[in-house]
Design a protein around this ligand. Structure first.
Ligand SMILES: CC(C)(COP(=O)(O)OP(=O)(O)OC[C@H]1O[C@@H](n2cnc3c(N)ncnc32)[C@H](O)[C@@H]1OP(=O)(O)O)[C@@H](O)C(=O)NCCC(=O)NCCS
Length: 197
């Protein structure tokens, strides 16, 4: 499908985002860790409620909804897959960051989900987590590590990924039902994307 130039109407009740795909095809030079009392915990066979809770706390403000609309079996098929790795960034014993690495495509790693909870944004924790993500993503013999981010995400995310060494290579438009209108996420979140009914 090709979109016409100029403005296109987005139907009421829908959200629209510009999605940028980024990749790196060689392991970047390591970057220094910002100081902070963070640790990383691999979560083997994540409990589904635990996963949904952390996904919500990291992503709700950015209208992450895809994993919240999955039935248990569908979610488990992904996050319990042997080639999918889930990690939590831990602060003072609390899980405050989410990293999901997907190695299911041979020779590749996708940073499928990446983020920290609101109190840690701008603290250096994101950069620390990216350093851990890249160490892990490049530790098997992969040829490519990739990620995508969209205009619903935190406004620093795209530049953050580029500073980490990712190169943008593809742009898409994504339309979806507004997840605040069916109760997937609370009505009051993501004020940067007002609800239009
Ligand atoms: C996207 C996201 C990870 C970006 O993280 P952030 O909070 O801007 O990241 P940081 O605070 O680690 O980094 C900001 C910069 O300040 C630097 N910095 C911050 N505090 C620092 C400190 N105390 N000492 C040294 N450097 C510091 C970092 O090194 C970093 O520079 P870099 O990007 O060149 O490494 C974060 O905003 C987030 O999790 N958002 C919510 C979820 C989301 O939108 N995820 C992305 C969608 S896929």
């Amino acid at each position: 499908m090709s979109l016409p130039d100029g403005y296109s109407d987005v139907p009421a009740g829908k959200i629209a985002a510009v999605v940028t795909h980024l990749e790196m095809t060689a392991r970047p030079a390591p970057r220094p860790d910002p100081p902070g009392a963070w640790s990383l915990r691999r979560v083997e066979t994540p409990n589904l409620d635990w996963f949904r809770d952390l996904y919500r706390r990291v992503g709700e403000e950015w209208l992450w909804f895809s994993r919240l609309q999955m039935a248990d079996a569908e979610l488990a098929a992904i996050i319990h897959a042997p080639l999918v790795e889930v990690y939590a960034l831990v602060v003072d014993g609390s899980d405050e960051g989410l990293l999901e690495l997907d190695f299911r495509e041979p020779g590749q790693c996708e940073l499928a989900f990446f983020g920290v909870t609101s109190g840690l944004i701008g603290s250096g924790a994101g950069s620390w987590l990216m350093n851990r993500a890249l160490e892990r993503a490049w530790s098997p013999p992969v040829a490519r590590v990739w990620v995508h981010t969209c205009t619903l995400d935190h406004p620093s995310a795209l530049a953050f990924y580029q500073r980490a060494g990712f190169r943008p290579f593809r742009r898409q438009i994504e339309l979806a039902d507004d997840p605040r209108l069916d109760g997937t996420v609370p009505r009051h979140v993501a004020k940067h994307v007002p609800v239009i009914e």
